[in-house]
Structures are given as C-alpha cells and as structure tokens.
Write a protein that binds this ligand. Structure first.
Ligand SMILES: [Zn+2]
Ligand SMILES: [Zn+2]
Length: 207
C-alpha cells in the first residue's frame, strides 16, 4: 500500500475507523462512517459487499458493522414515537377527557418510519440489506417473546397504582416491535423469489 493509491488509502482509513469504534462500542459512529464511505463510493455497494467486508474488516468488525446498521435509527423520531400533535403531548383533550388520537398516551407512532424507530431499509447498502433484514427480524421476534412473557406476568400481578400504566407502555413497545417485523416482511416480499432460502424467516415470524 502506497500513498499513490488513494482509494486503498481511503479504505485503510475506513478500516481503522471501523476498528476503532468497534473497540469502543460506538455503534452510531460505526454506522455513520460506513454509510458515508458507501455514499462517496469509497466502499462499493454490490452483491458481494458482505464477503468484501469479511475479507477487509475481518469477522468481528463486520459483525459490528451489521449490528450498527441493524440498529441505525429513524432520523425523525425517538424509538418509533413522536409527540401527539392533537393534544400537544398532554394526553388530554379537556380537563377530564383523554385525547382520542393517542388514547391518553401523549405519543403516536412516527409517521416517517411507521413506528419501527429504525432507518428505512432502502437507505442501507443493498449488499448488506438482506443480512440486516434477517438480524432485525430475529431481534424483533426475540424481544416480542420477552414482552409477551412480561404481559403474561402482568396479568398475574396484583393491581397497584403503579402497575396501571405498565400494560399501555408494554403495548406501545409491542407495536414498535411488530412494526419492525412488518418492515422486514415487506422487504423480504419485495426481494422476490431469488431469496427463497429466506422463506424460513417468514415461517419464524408467522409462528
Ligand atoms: Zn394526543
Ligand atoms: Zn421514526
């Protein structure tokens, strides 16, 4: 590697950045640097992108990249929600009336990401999209099972003033997770028959 080879030098720089932020557990910085490098064509987005990452970054840092893109958030909202504009986030439409739009929750699902809280899959490099879809679907399915068991636990708990708001919050979280699964399903359907091997994901999600 010499200074005469600018692209290789740029790739060396991104490689060092990815490794540095992986070591420091900074997923936000990993995704930001990686996406920027794809955007300015330092890294070529192709069908072989995952294989290229393994070869260039090594297994561990590639896993960090996939993880970071999996969690890359929606640029508009906070975890899938935005303030209900009808009640200005108060949850009430009058002194004794709950806001009908947000059912008193003060927030509604983000209209930009459909409530998933995550970046649109189309905004991610096409060469890694399938891997990200698989990881997002797996994570969402896993968390849905946790939330389900929490809801089961709540129904057996004795009622206290404190536990009143718990089911609503849990349902909000469940909605976010379902919205993530829905996004993954849409993407898998959109990818079409070439990705038949990922049909098992559909089965897992439907189960
Ligand atoms: Zn409202
Ligand atoms: Zn959003």
């Amino acid at each position: 590697m010499t200074d005469k080879d600018p692209l290789t030098k740029q790739i060396q720089t991104i490689l060092e950045q990815i490794h540095f932020y992986s070591t420091h557990g900074d997923a936000e910085a990993i995704a930001r640097h990686f996406l920027k490098a794809v955007q300015n064509h330092t890294i070529a987005d192709s069908r072989d992108l995952l294989a290229w990452c393994f070869k260039t970054f090594g297994r561990e840092d590639t896993e960090h990249v996939v993880k970071a893109l999996t969690a890359w958030p929606c640029p508009v909202c906070k975890k899938g929600f935005e303030q209900c504009d009808l009640c200005d986030g108060s949850g009430r439409s009058g002194p004794d009336m709950l806001c009908e739009t947000c059912m008193g929750l003060a927030v509604i699902h983000c209209r930009f990401c459909g409530g998933s809280g995550l970046s649109a899959l189309e905004s991610l490099p096409s060469g890694l999209r399938l891997t990200v879809v698989g990881t997002r679907a797996k994570l969402a399915a896993k968390r849905i099972r946790v939330v389900q068991s929490e809801l089961n636990g709540l129904s057996h708990e004795p009622k206290t003033a404190n536990s009143k708001s718990k089911p609503s919050k849990t349902l909000l979280i469940l909605n976010v997770l379902l919205s993530r699964l829905e996004g993954c399903l849409d993407e898998i359907k959109r990818m079409g028959p070439i990705h038949r091997r990922y049909k098992f994901l559909l089965g897992q999600i439907a189960a």
